[in-house]
Design a protein around this ligand. Sequence first.
Ligand SMILES: Nc1ncnc2c1ncn2[C@@H]1O[C@H](COP(=O)(O)OP(=O)(O)O)[C@@H](O)[C@H]1O
Ligand SMILES: [Mg+2]
Length: 275
Amino acid sequence: MVELQNVSVTYSSGVDALNNVSLKINDGDFAFVVGQSGAGKSTMIKLLLKEIDATSGVVTVNGYNLGKLKKRKIPEFRRTLGFVFQDFRLIPSMTVYENIAFVLRVIDAPLKYIRKRVPYVISLVGLHSKTNSYPDELSGGEKQRVAIARALVNDPQLIIADEPTGNIDPELSYEIVELLKGINDQGTTILMVTHEHDLVRHFGGRIINITGGEIVFDEVISGVDEVLPEEELAQAMAEASAVTNTGNIILPDQQIITPDGAYAAPANDRNGGAE
Ligand SMILES: Nc1ncnc2c1ncn2[C@@H]1O[C@H](COP(=O)(O)OP(=O)(O)O)[C@@H](O)[C@H]1O
Ligand SMILES: [Mg+2]
């Protein structure tokens, strides 16, 4: 579970990176965070990992109030999360197996458990045949699969992925999101930052758009199947009861059509009922 309550971040340089952001992501959710470069996406991720602290407001992740979390408790907190980075961050001198097992070794997991758990997560990401390969023997997509297996090995409640498809061929990006969706189906909450609109349009789901440090859009949209053809979009526009300042068309029955033509359901209860 992730909750931001009126959170602002001002860097020491004076830049206001997040401005009074409130957001709730429930256990089991999958959410995309989108927005242009410089919008504040990575700042939000850094807050959730407690790499930085909020200037004001309350950040709660997996039941930990991060503003009040003692330094010595940070490792315990971080074990409830898995992270996936754009640049993979694998250790080049270690094999796939060792890169993943390393996470369990540092928390003194029993060897017997490591020997069972590591091959299991490797098979989950479809890399059984690469168990003993080194990172430089893998493609970008394969490296990111290893990173996902590593994020999963500790059975975290929440996986946070900051641009996980940023260094991967576009065709393979879909596979990475499919993999994360499959993990989400097993109950893990997933928050994925991306600026790839095609991916978001294809998969749909909850889309949180950050622009200029503020959430300007937080709604559930359907996947690409329901993108309207031009003429239907024009028709919807003619029937619209309102068009919001973010370009959403609100139909009389409260259906929402996003600017790129995808149908959206109204965002009920997105902030636990408090908007
Ligand atoms: N460590 C930092 N010190 C000062 N300003 C920063 C720092 N990190 C990011 N910023 C600024 O904060 C704003 C948001 O950045 P960031 O969260 O990295 O955006 P995004 O991930 O959406 O591209 C930008 O104006 C960026 O220049
Ligand atoms: Mg970023």
